[in-house]
Design a protein around this ligand. Structure first.
Ligand SMILES: [Zn+2]
Length: 178
């Protein structure tokens, strides 16, 4: 590294090796003997020239994990919407919350006439399955923010299991002659 400074006699820019910093040197232009002093900030002492540690590079991205987590959040929101719509319909037919099996058909029919509720159910199903797939892909990728995939997998996995169980129970109940 070289030290650059202006000659105090002729003002021309002189460049010397930094070993000569602070020493008297002869100006190559005007032959005046000048002290090699770098302007402030240049040719700092070697110990402070050590570069500050570079900020750690951003970890490799794992967008599968992020999508998996996003899906699980969408799934929770749509589940809330769908559940509240369902609760409203159920309360209409059975204020005590107990639905007789023969009323189930009417409830289902009523629900299917509500576009908002049906959309919420569709979003819930899609995001649960999508969240499950993306979270598994995110975990398999073994890099980036895998904790997002773990949360997504837990939430979507639980929801998918609940939906599967409830549909199995539904079929079992319908199968039992009353
Ligand atoms: Zn000079």
């Amino acid at each position: 590294m070289a030290v650059q400074f202006a000659c105090t006699s002729c003002q021309k820019l002189i460049e010397v090796d930094d070993e000569l910093a602070g020493q008297a040197v002869t100006c190559p232009y005007c032959r005046a003997v000048v002290t090699a002093v770098a302007p402030a900030g240049r040719a700092a002492p070697s110990e402070s020239r050590i570069a500050p540690p570079a900020s750690p590079p951003a970890g490799p991205s794992n967008w599968f994990a992020s999508v998996g987590l996003a899906c699980s959040i969408v799934m929770i929101l749509s589940t809330c919407v769908a559940t509240s719509a369902m609760v409203r319909v159920v309360q209409k037919y059975a204020p005590n919350g107990q639905i007789a099996p023969e009323q189930m058909e009417q409830v289902t029919k009523d629900m299917s006439q509500q576009p908002g509720a049906m959309a919420a159910f569709a979003i819930m199903l899609t995001s649960a399955i999508g969240g499950l797939v993306f979270s598994i892909l995110g975990l398999v990728k073994r890099q980036g923010r895998r904790w997002q995939a773990a949360i997504g997998l837990t939430l979507c996995g639980l929801m998918t299991m609940c939906m599967l169980l409830s549909s199995i129970m539904q079929f079992a109940r319908i199968g039992v002659p009353s």
